[in-house]
Design a protein around this ligand. Structure first.
Ligand code: KIV
Ligand code: NA
Length: 268
């Protein structure tokens, strides 16, 4: 069983992947991936949206519950979607708590900024483990103007380093660094006791995370920092083509797929 403290002081990088449904989560868990993130990337990856902004608490809650039902060993982290935190302190805590209490998440992840330090502290005090997230925060798409690399000048890099320290001090158990220079991620990793998890952040983080549909090759687009390790899209297309052909040719259903009841007349 992976715990929020068990990610520290490993000899090799730990692994994290997203999952949004039970069968995928079961595969990821069986493979021994340490952390499963029910990311709001479900918006793009599985719900057909152009961004993560339309994802709701109901979406994350039902998918976190599905993932948690399938997982035995991995740490299950649920992402708080756009506007589910940060607007009102009590509502933020209620939303985070609901994901532990009613969807069986082990922890929550929050896209972090200056406004989430106190929220992280309060949640941690209440027993809700928080994974922080700095660098490219896709919920800020409309402010950033695109999914661009962050922390590329000295001022922006220093701001990320300071926010990283502030979230560690507030009690975050880990920090995702997304789409930042590798040398900035290395500096943040050196600054902190808590583990960093990189996505497009180089090889010096304590762990790595990617989106499952990118890793298995299911989506039709992936970011330049991801790698497709499979071709699930091609395999699904092949199976669907075979099914269509088999039905249209009369090859399916075959005799072994059907039962004729002898006690009934023909064409009953
Ligand atoms: O939603 C997500 O999948 C994420 C990861 C990319 C870190 O936030
Ligand atoms: Na996310």
């Amino acid at each position: 069983m992976t715990t929020t403290r068990g990610l520290r002081d490993r000899d090799e990088p730990f692994t994290m992947l997203t999952a949004y449904d039970a069968p995928t989560a079961a595969i990821v868990d069986e493979a021994g991936i340490d952390v499963i993130l029910v990311g709001d990337s479900m918006g793009n990856a599985t719900l057909g949206y152009e961004s993560t902004l339309p994802v709701t608490m109901a979406d994350v809650k039902s998918r976190t519950a599905a993932v948690a039902r399938a997982v035995e060993d991995a740490l299950v982290v649920a992402d708080l979607p756009f506007l589910a935190f940060g607007v009102d302190e009590a509502e933020s805590i209620h939303n985070a708590g609901t994901l532990l209490k009613e969807a069986d998440a082990d922890a929550v992840k929050i896209e972090s900024g200056p406004h989430t330090v106190e929220t992280t502290r309060r949640m941690t005090e209440l027993g809700i483990p928080v994974m922080a997230h700095l660098g490219l925060t896709p919920q800020h798409l409309n402010r950033l103007g695109g999914y661009t690399r962050q922390g590329t000048d000295r001022e922006a890099a220093e701001e990320i380093r300071e926010l990283a320290r502030a979230h560690e001090e507030a009690g975050a158990f880990a920090l995702v660094l997304e789409h930042v220079p590798a040398n900035l991620a290395a500096a943040v990793t050196d600054d902190l006791e808590i583990p960093t998890v990189g996505i497009g952040a180089g090889g010096d983080c304590d762990g790595q995370v990617l989106v499952i549909t990118d890793v298995v090759g299911l989506g039709d687009w992936s970011p330049p920092f991801a790698e497709r390790f499979g071709d699930v899209r091609g395999e699904m297309r092949r199976a669907v083509d075979e099914y269509k052909k088999a039905v249209e040719s009369g090859a399916f259903p075959a005799e072994e797929h059907q039962h004729v009841e002898e006690d009934l007349e023909e064409r009953y």
